[in-house]
Write a protein that binds this ligand. Structure first.
Ligand SMILES: O=c1[nH]c(=O)c2nc[nH]c2[nH]1
Ligand SMILES: [Zn+2]
Length: 470
Protein backbone atom coordinates (compact mmCIF):
# COMPACT_ATOMS: atom_id res chain seq x y z
CA UNK A 1 0.00 0.00 0.00
CA UNK A 2 3.05 2.21 -0.48
CA UNK A 3 1.37 4.96 -2.46
CA UNK A 4 -1.19 5.93 0.15
CA UNK A 5 -0.42 9.30 1.70
CA UNK A 6 -0.67 8.53 5.42
CA UNK A 7 -1.75 11.56 7.26
CA UNK A 8 -2.26 11.91 10.96
CA UNK A 9 -1.30 15.56 10.87
CA UNK A 10 -4.03 18.11 10.25
CA UNK A 11 -3.35 20.95 7.80
CA UNK A 12 -1.10 23.73 8.92
CA UNK A 13 -3.47 26.68 8.62
CA UNK A 14 -5.35 28.33 11.45
CA UNK A 15 -9.04 28.77 10.74
CA UNK A 16 -11.75 31.14 11.86
CA UNK A 17 -15.32 29.92 11.46
CA UNK A 18 -18.23 32.34 11.62
CA UNK A 19 -22.00 31.90 11.70
CA UNK A 20 -24.45 29.77 13.68
CA UNK A 21 -23.10 26.92 15.79
CA UNK A 22 -25.36 24.31 17.39
CA UNK A 23 -24.38 21.47 19.71
CA UNK A 24 -25.71 19.46 22.64
CA UNK A 25 -25.36 21.06 26.01
CA UNK A 26 -27.05 18.19 27.84
CA UNK A 27 -29.12 15.14 26.91
CA UNK A 28 -32.27 17.19 26.49
CA UNK A 29 -30.82 20.53 25.47
CA UNK A 30 -29.20 21.98 22.38
CA UNK A 31 -27.19 25.18 22.62
CA UNK A 32 -27.53 27.71 19.80
CA UNK A 33 -24.74 30.22 19.21
CA UNK A 34 -25.69 32.76 16.56
CA UNK A 35 -23.42 35.34 14.96
CA UNK A 36 -20.54 33.57 16.67
CA UNK A 37 -16.92 32.85 15.86
CA UNK A 38 -14.86 29.75 16.57
CA UNK A 39 -11.10 29.72 16.14
CA UNK A 40 -9.42 26.41 15.29
CA UNK A 41 -5.65 26.17 15.35
CA UNK A 42 -3.40 24.43 12.87
CA UNK A 43 -3.57 21.21 14.91
CA UNK A 44 -7.35 21.12 14.54
CA UNK A 45 -8.10 22.13 18.12
CA UNK A 46 -10.73 24.70 19.07
CA UNK A 47 -8.90 27.53 20.80
CA UNK A 48 -11.62 30.17 21.13
CA UNK A 49 -15.41 30.40 21.02
CA UNK A 50 -16.87 33.92 20.83
CA UNK A 51 -20.63 34.29 20.84
CA UNK A 52 -22.32 37.43 19.49
CA UNK A 53 -19.60 38.86 17.37
CA UNK A 54 -19.68 39.79 13.71
CA UNK A 55 -16.87 38.58 11.52
CA UNK A 56 -15.01 41.87 11.29
CA UNK A 57 -15.06 42.26 15.06
CA UNK A 58 -13.96 38.65 15.54
CA UNK A 59 -11.04 39.20 13.18
CA UNK A 60 -10.09 42.45 14.89
CA UNK A 61 -10.19 41.02 18.41
CA UNK A 62 -9.53 37.28 18.22
CA UNK A 63 -6.66 37.20 15.74
CA UNK A 64 -4.36 39.53 17.75
CA UNK A 65 -5.29 37.71 20.96
CA UNK A 66 -4.26 34.42 19.36
CA UNK A 67 -1.24 35.96 17.70
CA UNK A 68 -2.54 34.85 14.31
CA UNK A 69 -1.83 36.87 11.21
CA UNK A 70 -4.76 37.98 9.08
CA UNK A 71 -3.23 36.58 5.90
CA UNK A 72 -2.46 33.15 7.30
CA UNK A 73 -5.91 32.56 8.75
CA UNK A 74 -8.49 30.83 6.61
CA UNK A 75 -11.97 32.28 7.07
CA UNK A 76 -14.99 29.97 6.71
CA UNK A 77 -18.39 31.64 6.87
CA UNK A 78 -21.70 29.79 7.11
CA UNK A 79 -24.31 31.31 4.85
CA UNK A 80 -27.53 32.55 6.48
CA UNK A 81 -29.59 29.50 7.41
CA UNK A 82 -26.57 27.21 7.49
CA UNK A 83 -25.14 25.97 10.76
CA UNK A 84 -22.10 24.18 12.12
CA UNK A 85 -22.91 21.00 14.03
CA UNK A 86 -20.61 18.37 15.58
CA UNK A 87 -19.82 15.48 13.27
CA UNK A 88 -21.78 12.30 13.87
CA UNK A 89 -20.24 9.33 15.65
CA UNK A 90 -21.28 5.97 14.27
CA UNK A 91 -20.58 3.67 17.21
CA UNK A 92 -21.22 0.44 15.30
CA UNK A 93 -20.91 -0.47 11.61
CA UNK A 94 -19.42 -3.15 9.42
CA UNK A 95 -17.29 -1.52 6.70
CA UNK A 96 -17.12 -4.89 4.95
CA UNK A 97 -20.89 -5.21 4.66
CA UNK A 98 -21.47 -1.90 2.87
CA UNK A 99 -22.20 -3.49 -0.55
CA UNK A 100 -25.13 -5.29 1.08
CA UNK A 101 -26.99 -2.26 2.43
CA UNK A 102 -30.67 -2.80 1.79
CA UNK A 103 -30.22 -6.53 1.15
CA UNK A 104 -31.72 -8.59 3.92
CA UNK A 105 -35.04 -9.85 2.55
CA UNK A 106 -37.09 -11.22 5.40
CA UNK A 107 -34.16 -12.84 7.18
CA UNK A 108 -33.38 -12.70 10.88
CA UNK A 109 -29.94 -12.53 12.46
CA UNK A 110 -28.63 -16.09 12.24
CA UNK A 111 -29.86 -16.88 8.72
CA UNK A 112 -28.95 -13.33 7.59
CA UNK A 113 -25.35 -13.98 8.67
CA UNK A 114 -25.15 -17.22 6.69
CA UNK A 115 -27.02 -16.05 3.62
CA UNK A 116 -25.84 -12.49 3.11
CA UNK A 117 -22.99 -11.64 5.39
CA UNK A 118 -20.34 -14.34 5.69
CA UNK A 119 -19.98 -14.83 1.90
CA UNK A 120 -19.50 -11.09 1.34
CA UNK A 121 -17.05 -10.66 4.21
CA UNK A 122 -15.02 -13.66 3.05
CA UNK A 123 -14.79 -12.23 -0.46
CA UNK A 124 -12.98 -9.15 0.84
CA UNK A 125 -9.78 -11.15 1.26
CA UNK A 126 -9.34 -9.92 -2.33
CA UNK A 127 -7.49 -6.65 -1.72
CA UNK A 128 -8.72 -4.88 -4.86
CA UNK A 129 -12.27 -5.66 -3.80
CA UNK A 130 -11.57 -4.53 -0.24
CA UNK A 131 -10.01 -1.33 -1.57
CA UNK A 132 -13.12 -0.62 -3.63
CA UNK A 133 -15.56 -1.33 -0.79
CA UNK A 134 -13.62 0.40 1.99
CA UNK A 135 -12.83 3.53 -0.07
CA UNK A 136 -16.49 3.83 -0.88
CA UNK A 137 -17.80 3.28 2.65
CA UNK A 138 -15.46 5.95 4.00
CA UNK A 139 -16.50 8.46 1.34
CA UNK A 140 -20.15 7.63 1.83
CA UNK A 141 -20.17 7.92 5.61
CA UNK A 142 -18.16 11.16 5.50
CA UNK A 143 -20.70 12.55 3.06
CA UNK A 144 -23.40 11.86 5.65
CA UNK A 145 -21.45 13.75 8.31
CA UNK A 146 -19.90 10.76 10.10
CA UNK A 147 -16.57 12.03 11.38
CA UNK A 148 -15.89 9.02 13.65
CA UNK A 149 -16.72 5.40 12.89
CA UNK A 150 -16.26 2.24 15.00
CA UNK A 151 -15.64 -0.21 12.18
CA UNK A 152 -15.70 -3.99 12.00
CA UNK A 153 -13.62 -5.13 9.01
CA UNK A 154 -13.28 -8.90 8.36
CA UNK A 155 -11.12 -11.74 9.65
CA UNK A 156 -8.52 -10.92 6.97
CA UNK A 157 -5.40 -9.12 8.21
CA UNK A 158 -4.23 -7.32 5.04
CA UNK A 159 -7.75 -6.09 4.24
CA UNK A 160 -8.27 -4.87 7.81
CA UNK A 161 -4.96 -3.04 7.67
CA UNK A 162 -6.01 -1.53 4.37
CA UNK A 163 -9.16 -0.15 6.02
CA UNK A 164 -6.95 1.52 8.63
CA UNK A 165 -4.73 3.03 5.93
CA UNK A 166 -7.70 4.30 3.98
CA UNK A 167 -9.25 5.96 7.04
CA UNK A 168 -5.95 7.67 7.65
CA UNK A 169 -5.55 8.89 4.08
CA UNK A 170 -9.21 9.98 3.86
CA UNK A 171 -9.00 11.72 7.23
CA UNK A 172 -11.83 9.86 8.94
CA UNK A 173 -11.44 9.21 12.65
CA UNK A 174 -11.98 5.51 13.20
CA UNK A 175 -11.70 2.50 15.43
CA UNK A 176 -10.50 -0.44 13.37
CA UNK A 177 -11.48 -3.96 14.38
CA UNK A 178 -10.32 -7.21 12.84
CA UNK A 179 -13.21 -9.62 13.34
CA UNK A 180 -12.37 -12.59 15.59
CA UNK A 181 -14.39 -15.76 15.06
CA UNK A 182 -13.24 -19.34 15.44
CA UNK A 183 -16.60 -21.14 15.42
CA UNK A 184 -20.13 -20.95 13.96
CA UNK A 185 -19.05 -19.47 10.62
CA UNK A 186 -18.63 -21.53 7.45
CA UNK A 187 -15.32 -23.42 7.11
CA UNK A 188 -14.16 -20.91 4.47
CA UNK A 189 -14.58 -17.99 6.87
CA UNK A 190 -13.12 -18.84 10.27
CA UNK A 191 -9.96 -18.26 12.26
CA UNK A 192 -8.30 -21.66 12.50
CA UNK A 193 -7.72 -21.58 16.25
CA UNK A 194 -7.83 -19.23 19.22
CA UNK A 195 -4.06 -18.83 18.92
CA UNK A 196 -4.32 -17.85 15.27
CA UNK A 197 -7.13 -15.44 16.00
CA UNK A 198 -5.11 -13.78 18.73
CA UNK A 199 -1.96 -13.57 16.62
CA UNK A 200 -3.84 -12.00 13.70
CA UNK A 201 -5.52 -9.53 16.02
CA UNK A 202 -2.13 -8.50 17.35
CA UNK A 203 -0.86 -8.02 13.80
CA UNK A 204 -3.67 -5.58 13.09
CA UNK A 205 -3.14 -3.74 16.36
CA UNK A 206 0.55 -3.39 15.56
CA UNK A 207 -0.26 -2.14 12.09
CA UNK A 208 -2.62 0.55 13.32
CA UNK A 209 -0.17 1.66 15.99
CA UNK A 210 2.68 1.74 13.49
CA UNK A 211 0.66 4.13 11.32
CA UNK A 212 -0.68 6.29 14.14
CA UNK A 213 1.32 5.66 17.32
CA UNK A 214 -0.55 8.25 19.38
CA UNK A 215 -3.95 7.05 18.13
CA UNK A 216 -4.68 10.60 17.00
CA UNK A 217 -6.97 9.50 14.20
CA UNK A 218 -7.20 5.70 14.17
CA UNK A 219 -7.39 3.32 17.11
CA UNK A 220 -7.27 -0.47 17.13
CA UNK A 221 -10.25 -2.16 18.74
CA UNK A 222 -10.44 -5.78 19.91
CA UNK A 223 -13.39 -7.36 18.12
CA UNK A 224 -14.82 -10.72 19.18
CA UNK A 225 -17.67 -10.93 16.65
CA UNK A 226 -20.19 -12.19 19.22
CA UNK A 227 -20.19 -14.97 21.78
CA UNK A 228 -21.67 -17.67 19.50
CA UNK A 229 -18.81 -17.20 17.03
CA UNK A 230 -16.02 -17.26 19.64
CA UNK A 231 -14.84 -20.26 21.63
CA UNK A 232 -14.28 -19.90 25.37
CA UNK A 233 -10.47 -20.04 24.96
CA UNK A 234 -10.61 -17.31 22.34
CA UNK A 235 -12.74 -15.01 24.47
CA UNK A 236 -10.43 -15.64 27.41
CA UNK A 237 -7.40 -14.62 25.32
CA UNK A 238 -9.16 -11.53 24.01
CA UNK A 239 -10.21 -10.50 27.52
CA UNK A 240 -6.60 -10.88 28.60
CA UNK A 241 -5.43 -8.83 25.63
CA UNK A 242 -7.91 -6.07 26.50
CA UNK A 243 -6.51 -5.96 30.01
CA UNK A 244 -2.88 -5.97 28.88
CA UNK A 245 -3.31 -3.31 26.23
CA UNK A 246 -6.15 -1.24 27.71
CA UNK A 247 -7.56 -1.08 24.18
CA UNK A 248 -11.29 -0.79 23.49
CA UNK A 249 -13.43 -3.83 22.74
CA UNK A 250 -16.50 -4.12 20.52
CA UNK A 251 -18.98 -6.93 20.14
CA UNK A 252 -22.69 -7.70 19.80
CA UNK A 253 -25.01 -8.60 22.66
CA UNK A 254 -28.58 -9.78 23.04
CA UNK A 255 -29.73 -8.84 19.60
CA UNK A 256 -32.02 -11.74 18.79
CA UNK A 257 -33.84 -14.33 20.89
CA UNK A 258 -32.44 -17.36 19.02
CA UNK A 259 -28.95 -15.93 19.44
CA UNK A 260 -29.52 -15.63 23.20
CA UNK A 261 -30.68 -19.25 23.38
CA UNK A 262 -27.60 -20.28 21.41
CA UNK A 263 -25.32 -18.49 23.86
CA UNK A 264 -27.02 -20.25 26.78
CA UNK A 265 -26.51 -23.63 25.13
CA UNK A 266 -22.90 -22.95 24.07
CA UNK A 267 -21.69 -21.56 27.40
CA UNK A 268 -23.59 -23.37 30.17
CA UNK A 269 -20.66 -22.90 32.56
CA UNK A 270 -19.84 -19.26 31.90
CA UNK A 271 -22.44 -17.42 33.90
CA UNK A 272 -26.19 -17.43 33.70
CA UNK A 273 -26.72 -14.79 31.03
CA UNK A 274 -25.24 -13.40 27.81
CA UNK A 275 -23.73 -10.43 29.67
CA UNK A 276 -22.24 -12.76 32.27
CA UNK A 277 -20.57 -14.81 29.54
CA UNK A 278 -18.68 -11.72 28.37
CA UNK A 279 -17.97 -10.76 31.96
CA UNK A 280 -16.58 -14.21 32.73
CA UNK A 281 -13.98 -13.68 30.01
CA UNK A 282 -13.06 -10.12 31.02
CA UNK A 283 -14.76 -8.58 28.02
CA UNK A 284 -17.06 -6.18 29.86
CA UNK A 285 -14.74 -3.24 30.39
CA UNK A 286 -15.35 0.52 30.57
CA UNK A 287 -14.08 0.60 26.98
CA UNK A 288 -16.43 -2.09 25.66
CA UNK A 289 -19.03 -1.15 23.03
CA UNK A 290 -21.98 -3.54 23.12
CA UNK A 291 -24.09 -3.34 19.98
CA UNK A 292 -27.87 -3.84 20.15
CA UNK A 293 -28.66 -4.81 23.77
CA UNK A 294 -32.25 -5.37 22.69
CA UNK A 295 -33.26 -8.12 25.10
CA UNK A 296 -31.06 -7.45 28.14
CA UNK A 297 -32.60 -8.43 31.45
CA UNK A 298 -32.68 -6.08 34.42
CA UNK A 299 -29.79 -7.99 35.97
CA UNK A 300 -27.71 -7.87 32.80
CA UNK A 301 -28.25 -4.14 32.40
CA UNK A 302 -27.16 -3.66 36.01
CA UNK A 303 -24.01 -5.63 35.30
CA UNK A 304 -23.29 -3.58 32.17
CA UNK A 305 -23.74 -0.44 34.24
CA UNK A 306 -21.52 -1.76 37.01
CA UNK A 307 -18.75 -2.54 34.51
CA UNK A 308 -19.30 0.88 32.85
CA UNK A 309 -19.54 -0.79 29.44
CA UNK A 310 -21.34 1.19 26.74
CA UNK A 311 -24.24 0.45 24.41
CA UNK A 312 -24.54 1.17 20.69
CA UNK A 313 -28.21 1.52 19.81
CA UNK A 314 -28.85 0.32 16.25
CA UNK A 315 -32.54 0.95 15.57
CA UNK A 316 -32.46 0.61 11.76
CA UNK A 317 -30.84 -2.79 12.04
CA UNK A 318 -33.07 -3.93 14.88
CA UNK A 319 -36.13 -3.12 12.79
CA UNK A 320 -34.77 -4.39 9.47
CA UNK A 321 -33.81 -7.87 10.62
CA UNK A 322 -36.65 -7.92 13.14
CA UNK A 323 -34.48 -8.23 16.22
CA UNK A 324 -36.67 -6.12 18.48
CA UNK A 325 -36.85 -2.68 20.06
CA UNK A 326 -34.05 -1.69 22.42
CA UNK A 327 -35.32 0.24 25.44
CA UNK A 328 -33.04 3.26 25.28
CA UNK A 329 -34.89 5.28 27.93
CA UNK A 330 -34.52 2.36 30.33
CA UNK A 331 -30.78 2.07 29.60
CA UNK A 332 -30.28 5.82 30.02
CA UNK A 333 -32.27 5.84 33.26
CA UNK A 334 -29.93 3.16 34.55
CA UNK A 335 -26.98 5.43 33.84
CA UNK A 336 -25.62 3.45 30.89
CA UNK A 337 -23.94 5.52 28.19
CA UNK A 338 -25.65 5.06 24.82
CA UNK A 339 -24.65 6.09 21.30
CA UNK A 340 -26.11 5.40 17.87
CA UNK A 341 -24.94 2.84 15.33
CA UNK A 342 -26.00 2.37 11.74
CA UNK A 343 -24.91 -1.28 11.95
CA UNK A 344 -24.57 -1.46 8.22
CA UNK A 345 -25.63 -3.79 6.71
CA UNK A 346 -27.97 -5.24 9.29
CA UNK A 347 -28.98 -1.59 9.15
CA UNK A 348 -30.00 -0.44 5.68
CA UNK A 349 -28.50 3.05 5.72
CA UNK A 350 -25.06 4.65 6.09
CA UNK A 351 -26.64 7.68 7.75
CA UNK A 352 -26.49 8.37 11.48
CA UNK A 353 -29.27 10.92 10.90
CA UNK A 354 -31.44 8.03 9.68
CA UNK A 355 -30.52 6.08 12.83
CA UNK A 356 -31.44 9.15 14.91
CA UNK A 357 -34.93 9.50 13.46
CA UNK A 358 -35.44 5.77 13.62
CA UNK A 359 -34.48 5.90 17.30
CA UNK A 360 -37.22 8.47 17.81
CA UNK A 361 -39.79 6.25 16.10
CA UNK A 362 -38.75 3.07 17.91
CA UNK A 363 -39.11 4.86 21.24
CA UNK A 364 -42.69 5.69 20.24
CA UNK A 365 -43.41 2.07 19.34
CA UNK A 366 -42.14 1.03 22.77
CA UNK A 367 -44.54 3.54 24.34
CA UNK A 368 -47.43 2.20 22.28
CA UNK A 369 -46.57 -1.41 23.09
CA UNK A 370 -46.23 -0.69 26.77
CA UNK A 371 -49.32 1.53 26.90
CA UNK A 372 -47.30 4.51 28.10
CA UNK A 373 -47.71 8.01 26.81
CA UNK A 374 -45.69 10.21 29.12
CA UNK A 375 -43.77 12.78 27.14
CA UNK A 376 -40.43 11.69 28.56
CA UNK A 377 -40.90 8.07 27.53
CA UNK A 378 -40.38 9.17 23.94
CA UNK A 379 -36.92 10.14 22.77
CA UNK A 380 -36.88 13.74 21.56
CA UNK A 381 -35.05 15.32 18.65
CA UNK A 382 -32.63 16.88 21.11
CA UNK A 383 -31.98 13.53 22.77
CA UNK A 384 -31.24 11.59 19.60
CA UNK A 385 -28.88 14.36 18.43
CA UNK A 386 -27.12 14.04 21.78
CA UNK A 387 -26.82 10.27 21.24
CA UNK A 388 -25.44 10.91 17.74
CA UNK A 389 -22.71 13.24 19.03
CA UNK A 390 -21.89 13.55 22.75
CA UNK A 391 -23.35 10.14 23.63
CA UNK A 392 -21.40 8.51 20.81
CA UNK A 393 -18.24 10.27 21.96
CA UNK A 394 -18.64 8.71 25.41
CA UNK A 395 -19.28 5.31 23.88
CA UNK A 396 -16.01 5.45 21.92
CA UNK A 397 -14.19 6.95 24.92
CA UNK A 398 -13.43 10.29 23.26
CA UNK A 399 -15.77 12.66 25.06
CA UNK A 400 -12.92 15.02 25.95
CA UNK A 401 -12.04 15.40 22.29
CA UNK A 402 -15.16 15.22 20.14
CA UNK A 403 -18.94 15.52 20.19
CA UNK A 404 -19.17 19.21 21.15
CA UNK A 405 -17.90 22.65 20.23
CA UNK A 406 -15.80 23.69 23.17
CA UNK A 407 -12.36 25.10 23.68
CA UNK A 408 -9.90 22.21 23.84
CA UNK A 409 -11.99 19.91 21.67
CA UNK A 410 -11.05 18.95 18.13
CA UNK A 411 -12.85 20.42 15.13
CA UNK A 412 -14.83 17.38 13.93
CA UNK A 413 -17.74 19.25 12.44
CA UNK A 414 -20.29 19.28 9.64
CA UNK A 415 -21.73 22.36 7.95
CA UNK A 416 -25.44 21.81 7.42
CA UNK A 417 -27.61 23.74 4.97
CA UNK A 418 -31.38 23.55 4.54
CA UNK A 419 -33.25 24.75 1.47
CA UNK A 420 -34.71 28.25 1.72
CA UNK A 421 -37.72 28.27 -0.60
CA UNK A 422 -37.25 32.01 -1.29
CA UNK A 423 -33.72 31.55 -2.56
CA UNK A 424 -33.79 31.83 -6.34
CA UNK A 425 -30.32 30.48 -6.83
CA UNK A 426 -30.53 27.86 -4.13
CA UNK A 427 -27.91 25.21 -4.55
CA UNK A 428 -29.01 21.63 -4.52
CA UNK A 429 -32.38 21.74 -2.81
CA UNK A 430 -32.32 18.61 -0.77
CA UNK A 431 -35.36 17.34 1.05
CA UNK A 432 -35.82 20.01 3.72
CA UNK A 433 -37.73 23.15 2.68
CA UNK A 434 -37.53 26.12 5.03
CA UNK A 435 -40.18 28.81 4.57
CA UNK A 436 -38.63 31.49 6.75
CA UNK A 437 -41.04 31.47 9.67
CA UNK A 438 -39.58 28.45 11.45
CA UNK A 439 -37.77 28.83 14.76
CA UNK A 440 -34.30 27.30 14.97
CA UNK A 441 -35.76 24.44 17.04
CA UNK A 442 -38.21 23.77 14.23
CA UNK A 443 -35.48 23.89 11.59
CA UNK A 444 -33.50 21.30 13.54
CA UNK A 445 -36.56 19.05 13.85
CA UNK A 446 -37.16 19.34 10.09
CA UNK A 447 -33.52 18.39 9.48
CA UNK A 448 -33.73 15.36 11.76
CA UNK A 449 -36.91 14.02 10.17
CA UNK A 450 -36.20 14.84 6.52
CA UNK A 451 -32.50 15.61 6.16
CA UNK A 452 -29.92 13.58 4.29
CA UNK A 453 -26.46 13.91 2.77
CA UNK A 454 -27.66 16.74 0.50
CA UNK A 455 -27.79 18.90 3.62
CA UNK A 456 -24.23 18.04 4.65
CA UNK A 457 -22.31 20.69 2.76
CA UNK A 458 -18.84 20.34 4.30
CA UNK A 459 -17.20 18.05 6.82
CA UNK A 460 -13.98 18.52 8.80
CA UNK A 461 -12.05 16.11 11.00
CA UNK A 462 -9.33 17.55 13.26
CA UNK A 463 -9.68 20.79 11.32
CA UNK A 464 -9.05 19.11 7.98
CA UNK A 465 -11.71 19.43 5.26
CA UNK A 466 -12.55 15.81 4.41
CA UNK A 467 -15.75 16.22 2.44
CA UNK A 468 -17.31 19.00 0.39
CA UNK A 469 -20.58 18.66 -1.47
CA UNK A 470 -20.15 19.97 -5.00
O1 LIG B 1 -26.09 -7.00 13.35
C1 LIG B 1 -25.20 -7.85 13.36
N1 LIG B 1 -24.27 -7.88 12.37
C2 LIG B 1 -23.27 -8.78 12.34
O2 LIG B 1 -22.45 -8.78 11.42
C3 LIG B 1 -23.24 -9.71 13.40
N2 LIG B 1 -22.41 -10.70 13.70
C4 LIG B 1 -22.86 -11.23 14.84
N3 LIG B 1 -23.96 -10.62 15.27
C5 LIG B 1 -24.21 -9.65 14.39
N4 LIG B 1 -25.17 -8.73 14.36
ZN1 LIG C 1 -23.23 -5.36 13.88
Amino acid sequence: MGDIGFETKPPAKNKLFHGTFIHSKALTELEYLHNAAVAVDSLGTIVAVSPDTDLTKAQATLLPQLNWSFDDTEIVVAKPGQFFFPGFIDTHLHASQYPNVGLFGSSTLLDWLNTYTFPLEASLSSLPKAQKVYSRVIRKTLSHGTTTAAYYATIDVPATNLLADLCLSSGQRALIGRVCMDQLGPAYYLDESPAESLAKTKQCIEHVLSRDPQMELITPIITPRFAPACSAPLMKELGRLAKETDLPVQTHISENKNEIALVASLFPDAGSSYAEVYDTFGLLTPKTILAHAVHLTEKEADLVRERRSKVSHCPCSNSAITSGAARVRWLLDKGIEVGLGTDMSGGYSPSVLEAARHAVLVSRHICMDEGRSEERDKLSVEEVLYLATRGGAKVVGMEEKIGGLEVGMEWDVQLVGLHDVDEEDAEEEGNVDVFGWESWEEKIAKWVYNGDDRNTKKVWVRGRLVHERK
